[in-house]
Design a protein around this ligand. Structure first.
Ligand code: 86X
Length: 478
């Protein structure tokens, strides 16, 4: 029998080695010869499909349509709005040749699709009757980052959806920005069991092309915060650059109001880091491609009996995603480890003694708790247990996040909290110069967002003694 190696690094002592092992041993990720480019194996891609399924339903409710724009963006288009490309240009990957022949114009591999989409939008939009125009695309993008790559969190190619919407009025656009952010919050909290904080980005951290940027942020057991998704109100910045205009009801020419928003495969990494443990992956039931695995404990003489019972149990659980592991070249113990590493929420063990008592053992992945259950009751108990696991993971993560937020009133406590790897809540001036200072003095800590839920603002900025304008969250982050 093959000896199986479990996770050898601990989450508390060597987070990054632990994560590297978890994603490979759970069969989610394979490395390739290109640094920063990873294979998403079926178990990882299935999680992405759960997100897609949820989000596509929400798009439909809002009459937002899916479409697909080309991967390659000609240089003149990408450079049309130089302001927005500025800081990003070192990350753009270019196609320069076909075979050995140089192209007349370089083509960018899309790092984001504003330019190619808005060039088309300018042609499509003529009158107020053409608005709103609301499109989304599911695609891959490439950003040639130079920071060290981390699978899911910071890869050079990743999957995302990018929504790009156009409205006749600022008001409609603003309502949508917040509405979409709330869908992202639901993805994290309801599917991934990851609590997030909604807020507005600081002047320094917002997307340069946006009037304002909103985000959901969370805090990971590595001691770093991370942005989960963003929703931007672009105002008329792009409509002016790309000449997206319409004739209003009085036949006056108007510039349109726009939003863009996105969530990426990074979200999968956030969920993995939040919940997984030293035994491996822990998956919230709502995104687990397999929710229950049944492992029969077989001996030659009782094999048939046990396997029949297993089938009976699986039949009862038809509405859930159940896998039966009846491989006979692995021991039950080996299989238990394997399914724990792969994060399956519930394991059902059943051997000849259980069969004779008409029972099975249900083992929860999140707590390790074992429960002996009458076979006839599995169909009612298992779905409840899945719900309970989903809730427990969220509550645990919420407690963790909340307990890592420190409110500070002076600079000294600010420095200490950042050193202690906390998320800091403080009254602040929201001045980019002040934020630059914070970054310098705090080893790269920056503002995450300015939470929608604000506390009373009564005093001075925690850093520069100017009048505080907002309460903001700060931390070292990915
Ligand atoms: C900003 C903004 C926006 C649609 C989103 O955040 C959600 C979905 N797009 C993306 N951004 C860039 O504009 C950008 C541009 C270039 Cl040229 C680049 F190389 C990297 C970029 N990264 C982010």
């Amino acid at each position: 029998m093959t000896k199986q190696k479990g996770i050898t690094a601990s989450k508390d002592n060597d987070f990054s080695e632990w994560y590297t092992q978890v994603i490979q041993k759970a069969d989610l990720i394979e490395y390739t010869d290109v640094s920063g480019c990873y294979i998403l194996k079926p178990r990882a891609y299935a999680i992405w499909e759960k997100l897609q399924e949820f989000f596509n339903k929400e798009l439909k409710k809002r009459n937002i349509k899916n479409a697909y724009f080309p991967l390659l963006i000609p240089e003149h288009l990408l450079m049309k709005e130089k302001e927005h490309v500025k800081g990003f240009s070192p990350e753009v990957a270019w196609v320069t040749h076909s075979g050995d022949t140089k192209l007349a114009e370089r083509l960018a591999v899309r790092p984001t699709s504003e330019t190619i989409m808005y060039d088309a939008y300018a042609k499509w939009i003529r009158s107020h009757n053409d608005l709103p125009l609301k499109l989304n695309q599911w695609c891959n993008v490439v950003r040639w980052e130079f920071k060290n790559p981390v699978p899911f969190l910071r890869s050079r190619e990743f999957l995302w959806q990018e929504g790009h919407t156009v409205f006749a009025t600022k008001k409609e656009a603003e309502i949508e920005v917040y509405d979409i952010l709330s869908v992202y919050k639901r993805i994290f909290e309801e599917l991934y069991a990851v609590p997030v904080i909604e807020g507005t980005k600081s002047v320094k951290e917002k997307f340069a092309g946006a009037d304002f940027t909103t985000s959901v942020e969370t805090f990971l057991p590595s001691g770093k915060a991370i942005q989960g998704a963003t929703s931007h109100h672009l105002g008329q910045n792009f409509s002016k650059a790309f000449d997206i205009t319409f004739l209003d009801k009085d036949s006056n020419k108007q510039y349109a109001w726009q939003n863009s928003w996105g969530i990426t495969t990074r979200s999968i990494g956030i969920m993995i880091m939040m919940h997984s443990d030293d035994k491996g992956l822990v998956l919230p039931p709502r995104v687990a491609p397999t929710q229950i695995v049944i492992v029969p404990i077989v001996f030659e003489d009782s094999k048939k009996n046990v396997l029949n019972k297993v089938k009976e149990i699986a039949k009862q659980l038809k509405s859930l995603n159940v896998e039966i592991d009846d491989r006979d070249n692995y021991s039950p113990g080996w299989k238990f480890n394997e399914w724990e590493m792969k994060g399956i929420p519930i394991r059902i063990e059943i051997g000849p003694k259980d069969v004779s008592k008409n029972q099975a053992v249900l083992v929860r992945r999140d707590t390790g708790e074992e429960k002996i259950v009458k076979i006839s009751e599995i169909k009612t108990i298992a779905p409840k247990m899945l719900d309970d696991i989903q809730k427990n993971l969220f509550n645990k993560a919420k407690k963790f996040m909340d307990s890592n937020i420190v409110e500070v009133e002076n600079f000294k406590d600010f420095v200490k909290a950042i050193k202690d790897k906390k998320m800091v809540k403080a009254q602040w001036c929201n001045n980019p110069v002040c934020e630059e200072k914070i970054k310098d003095k705090m080893g790269g800590a920056k503002s995450l967002n300015i939470p929608f839920v604000q506390l009373k603002i009564s005093g001075k900025c925690v850093c520069c003694d100017e009048k505080a304008k907002v309460v903001a969250l700060f931390a070292k982050s990915y």
